[in-house]
Design a protein around this ligand. Structure first.
Ligand code: GLU
Length: 490
């Protein structure tokens, strides 16, 4: 029986959660969900100088906001807890396992202690390079073969290096990139553990080591990660072999570039998921836009084309997702497309779907408003491009205008409109249809056009001649407050 599919997203908490990382996580998530497998979140915090608890929390919250729920991994905001049978899911909490595995390699002669200082290595590098060769630690290219043959006292402080194979090619068979060959002789005996604190101590193991141990112990079947790690894979493959571990499948996802083709960075605007959240985007729009960077979904073998087909639900994405339909080269980020998707998804969502996302952009009073009021507020502003647009368009419902658009006031607050405003102030029944009928009767009595009265009302209620439909506006402000806001104009 084939193994259950297991994928993992393994961010290093050395900064904010980058949108490129989220796209990688999304591919891992889609692949696991499609195959009925498990998705793991693992925190790779062995870079002690740059990893922080705050960054871990930002990653967990960003992933949770984006709807990328993990089956195994940390519990948001609680460093001591995790879910899943292979925890802990923070690498710094897995040191005992790594140290035991390093000892195993040392005992088998597959790794060795290296006392070379940075200075010694630099010196030897220079000498080798001066002879027109490429310096590779202990690949036989430097005369001494270094510590591998030195057989020095194991109680001395030392880094630990993995004895890499020599000769032939290491082949990475990648599900997205195809086959890449790396000549074994082009790779160092790389460091698996940094120099320990005291004599004989094994120091903090390095990324390439921990990843192999964890991917195996966590039963990962598909390593889907950014293609900046493609060059690490030929280091990792011999380590899987040294341990006698099964090799997982690899899929290296191409980079995301800015619209100008340069690596996506701050220079291009928002790069962290938190910033996208603050822009009033729906997580579903972010998921869809990110998925579509470098993935062309096919329906019955045909690439999606129409606007309607573009608006895939999560269920459709999960059903259609195939690594074989991912492109090999980098994709350019398209902010306009993301905003377009966002607007479309806002328009198509029910008010209940939008409410939890809109809530965080609204003033505290929002939470005490009845459901019917919220539903109406959302419907009235659902043409907005973003949740921030919707919140801005609803500001009048919570705040009396502090200033008034003078030009609009001059234009619409005519003597002819005042008696009509007085009648509006006297209306008692704020049922939508009833309001409409009463409003039309007022227009008729005063020989006014809809626009005349509606715009005057908007200036009085909102300070400017822009608001949702006039009956929605009245209802959302509420009768008592309408009367209060009209007073100064009568
Ligand atoms: N920790 C690595 C990073 O943040 C990812 C490692 C992996 O996916 O193998 O880039």
């Amino acid at each position: 029986m084939s193994r259950q599919v297991v994928t993992r997203f393994a961010p290093s908490p050395t900064g904010m959660l980058h949108i490129g990382g989220v796209r990688t996580a999304l591919f891992c998530w889609l692949f696991a969900r499609k195959h009925g497998g498990r998705f793991i979140l693992r925190i790779e915090d062995t870079d002690l100088s740059r990893s922080t608890d705050d960054n871990i929390r930002i990653i967990e919250e960003g992933m949770a906001w984006c709807g990328l729920d993990w089956d195994e991994g940390p519990i948001v905001g609680d460093p001591g807890q995790w879910k899943g049978p292979h925890g802990p899911y923070r690498q710094m909490q897995r040191m005992d396992l790594y140290k035991a595995k390093i000892q195993e390699l040392l005992d088998k002669g597959l790794a060795y202690r290296c006392r070379c200082s940075r200075e010694t290595l630099d010196e030897r590098r220079k000498a080798v390079e001066a002879a027109g060769k490429v310096f590779q630690y202990n690949r036989g290219l430097d005369a001494g073969r270094g510590c591998a043959d030195a057989n020095h006292d194991a109680s001395e402080s030392a880094a630990i290096r993995f004895r890499m194979p020599t000769g032939g090619d290491i082949v990475v068979a990648d599900l997205i990139k195809g086959e890449t060959r790396f000549p074994a002789d082009s790779l160092d005996d790389w460091i698996i553990a940094r120099t320990g604190e005291g004599p004989g101590e094994i120091g903090v193991p390095t990324y390439n080591f921990c990843v192999v141990v964890d991917d195996t112990h966590m039963e990962v079947t598909h390593v889907i990660r950014g293609d900046d790690h493609l060059n690490n894979t030929p280091k990792q493959i011999p380590l899987f072999a040294a341990f006698g571990y099964d090799l997982p499948a690899f899929a290296h996802v191409p980079m995301i570039l800015g619209a100008d083709g340069a690596k996506l960075s701050k220079r291009h605007g928002a790069t962290s998921i938190t910033e996208y959240q603050a822009m009033g985007l729906l997580p579903s729009a972010v998921r869809l836009a990110l998925a579509r960077l470098s993935w062309t979904p096919k329906i019955d073998g045909k690439a999606v084309e129409t606007a309607e087909e573009e608006l895939l639900t999560d269920e459709q994405m999960i059903q259609l997702f195939d690594l074989a339909d991912c492109q090999k080269s980098a994709a350019r980020f398209d902010m306009d497309k993301l905003q377009w998707l966002n607007q479309k998804l806002i328009q198509r969502a029910s008010w209940q779907e939008l409410e939890p996302h809109l809530r965080s952009f609204m003033p505290a009073e929002w939470t005490v408003k009845p459901d019917a009021w919220k539903a109406q507020a959302i419907h009235a502003t659902q043409k907005g491009k973003s949740l921030t647009d919707m919140a801005e368009a609803l500001r009048f419902a919570f705040e009396r205008p502090a200033t008034f658009d003078e030009k609009a006031a001059e234009k619409f607050m005519t003597p002819a409109v005042k008696p009509a405003l007085r009648e509006v102030a006297a209306l008692a029944d704020y049922n939508h249809d009833r309001l409409e009928a009463d409003f039309n009767a007022i227009l008729e009595r005063h020989s006014l056009k809809t626009k005349d009265l509606a715009q005057a009302l908007r200036v009085a209620l909102c300070g400017k001649p822009v608001s949702p439909g006039i009956f929605d506006t009245l209802i959302l402000v509420g009768r008592e407050e309408v009367v209060a806001r009209l007073e100064r104009w009568l």
